[in-house]
Design a protein around this ligand. Sequence first.
Ligand code: PLP
Length: 386
Amino acid sequence: MSDNAILAISARAARLRAEGAAVISLAAGEPDLPTPSHITDTVARIAGDPALHHYGGAAGLPGLRALAAARLAEATGLPWNAGDVQITLGAKHALALALQAVLDPGDQVLVTTPGWPGHHGVIEAAGGVARTVRAGADAGFLATPDDLARARTPRTRALILAGPGNPTGAVYPRAALAEIADWALRHDLWCITDDIYQEFVYDAPHTALLAAAPHARQRCIMINGVSKAHAMTGWRVGWLAGPASVLARASRAVSRTITHVPLITQAAAEEALSGGRASVRAAHDRYRANRDILHEALNSLPGVDCPLPAGGFYVFPSVAGLLARHSGRWSSASDLAAWLLETAHVAVVPGEVFGAPDRLRIGFAVSGTAMAEAIDRLRRALGHLT
Ligand code: PLP
């Protein structure tokens, strides 16, 4: 799997915009809003502070590590302190460091499909081999220990579990997490939990794997960051938290390569975590409203079957019915996505990117106005065909 198709769609959307088309992008993997002003104002105020102009520690600013630890304590009900946290260049870097710390070359890592292609990329970058575990729509896009067991071999060292998932929005319930953690412990596997969409769960509270299975703490590495929750994808700040042996390796790798994450962006992340949750709550409520209208609108289109995502900011409908009805027009979800971009000027991502060729990923981290206009355009474009 690769995300080249996302780049191709984005490039085509940019060209259409340059030609004057009012393209609405529902293809991005990030909120369309700018970073909240309490964060940018703080950065503008502190940018002249010489304390931020010089070298810092490889593990990250103590204040940011303590704030991340407090979030982890809240999510897991376990004690965490700054020493348990390594600050990284976003969640992807945290995943890469976690995998480098636990894998030997050729070791395998279980990842669910449909899933985010970035997981495959970081596994390969760390010298590992991804083993995909099918977790389809019929199973709510959730893998069970039996599914994982079918993919496990003696070379399997770890599994990555994202909750909510991208592109599925699937959220593992507490009991499922406990079963998976127990299964992983029995087979001496590392559980790497990617909770980057944790703030965007709509129908039930988010459960961290370690809240469901605190006894897995010595085999669990938790990944998170400010990218999605605080509209800070470009600032590149995330973290990993886990046992001391993993932290020591991660910190050494940071020290030997990037020295540390830039202090100014760490300070911005400190403000994100300490500056109140009003902007995160507002984003959450906006996305939930968008999710509900998009889900309903898509299910009213003939040939489209859209499950309701429990979290994240994407829907992942099946368009198999639509492709079957119009097999002369499109032969794949990629064709359909390209046609929607040309005809309706709405950018979406074909499911091929995520290992589900008969689906589309449609993002809803946009304004209510953009959402309503995009739905209207999709209805009109597809309505003309039937
Ligand atoms: N994890 C998942 C599941 C994602 O979808 C993404 C980005 O799309 C990331 C991690 C990357 O997060 P960051 O931008 O903090 O590296």
